[in-house]
Design a protein around this ligand. Structure first.
Ligand SMILES: Nc1ncnc2c1ncn2[C@@H]1O[C@H](COP(=O)(O)OP(=O)(O)OP(=O)(O)O)[C@@H](O)[C@H]1O
Ligand SMILES: [Mg+2]
Length: 302
């Protein structure tokens, strides 16, 4: 069993709606999972199911309403001071890579600042930058002289991976990392990420809508529905034996190459919500989040 580096423990995040209202959205509801060294986890779920909120809680951009996050056994939700050390080891890549770079600085200056802010010694700086850029398939000579606006979305996302490499991060939160890349570059970036994880022991929380990509890349799959973690476990088990009706519906909705769309097959949101309600109501023996087989758990009641 590999080493657990992060423990998400009964995490809860509620947002108030409106200034005066006491109404709350339960964006993340009692979510627990572990992140192991070098593990690729995909976090999958419909829009608004709480995926980005989990990413932001891990990156300490939000405070949880309840629950804890342990990084190397230290509770980062109570210790709010030492963020700099934390960010040396836990980093995020968000959907829009353009927003992650200062548009006024050339790339070499951006990398210089990483060393200045996060890495104590400048020893082998140039070599480290060049190695990381080569590792993500980029030519340092060409890229370091550019401004962010002179690069494509895919190139900027590769630079973010290179940044994580230079910093030797333990956990990378990649929120819709490759959604803006074309299909061929996507596979390159994914393969790159997977090989880095296995080589360097970097763990990735890969937030995605795309089940096929999740299957392709991840060791572990987490399925979210309306703030709840409804199914989690080893990726092959989730995809071959989905138990929660929401996971079953998601998997059925992956289009098959070679099979024409059947216009009689419909997925109406009200149908799936009723199915889920019935599932919770009818599972009177199993309650809560229960193991159905080794490394495979399912939410049987709320
Ligand atoms: N700052 C906020 N204030 C109030 N509500 C918020 C805030 N951030 C998120 N929410 C709500 O929390 C819920 C979860 O949002 P979140 O962004 O985590 O979803 P998501 O799964 O990442 O969706 P998407 O796939 O569309 O990115 C949504 O109902 C959203 O409206
Ligand atoms: Mg999101």
């Amino acid at each position: 069993m590999s080493e657990t580096i992060m423990k998400i423990d009964h995490l809860q995040k509620d947002f108030s709606i409106g200034l005066m209202s006491k109404k709350k959205v339960h964006a993340v509801n009692d979510v627990s999972f572990d992140i192991k060294k070098g593990e690729i986890i995909s976090l999958i779920g419909e829009s608004g199911s709480g995926k980005t909120t989990i990413g932001k809680l891990i990156l300490r951009l939000l405070r949880p309403s309840d629950g804890h996050i342990y990084y190397n056994d230290k509770d980062i939700t109570t210790d709010y001071k030492n963020k700099r050390d934390y960010y040396k080891k836990v980093q995020g890549i968000f959907q829009d890579p353009f927003a992650s770079f200062n548009p006024l600085f050339k790339i070499d200056r951006i990398f210089d600042m990483i060393f200045k802010n996060f890495i104590e010694s400048d020893k082998n700086k140039k070599e480290k930058i060049n190695d990381a850029l080569k590792c993500v398939g980029m030519n340092p000579e060409f890229i370091l002289r550019k401004y962010p606006h002179q690069l494509s979305g895919g190139q900027l996302q590769r630079l973010l991976i290179a940044r994580a490499l230079i910093m030797d991060v333990d956990v990378l939160v990649a929120d819709e990392l490759i959604s803006m890349l074309d299909a061929s570059t996507r596979i390159d970036v994914l393969n790159l990420l997977a090989s880095i994880c296995k080589e360097k022991g970097m763990a990735v929380l890969f937030v995605t809508h795309d089940l096929s990509l999740g299957y392709y890349i991840s060791d572990t799959t987490l399925i979210m529905h309306r703030g709840n973690l409804v199914e989690k476990g080893k990726t092959s088990l989730i995809y071959n034996n989905p138990v929660h009706p929401y996971t079953q519906m998601l998997l059925k909705s992956i289009p098959d190459i070679g099979k024409r769309w059947d216009k009689n097959e419909k997925f109406l949101p009200e149908d799936i919500n009723k199915k889920i309600d019935d599932f919770y109501k009818n599972s009177d023996i199993k309650k809560g989040f229960i193991e159905v087989e080794d490394d495979h758990k399912v939410l049987f009641s709320l």
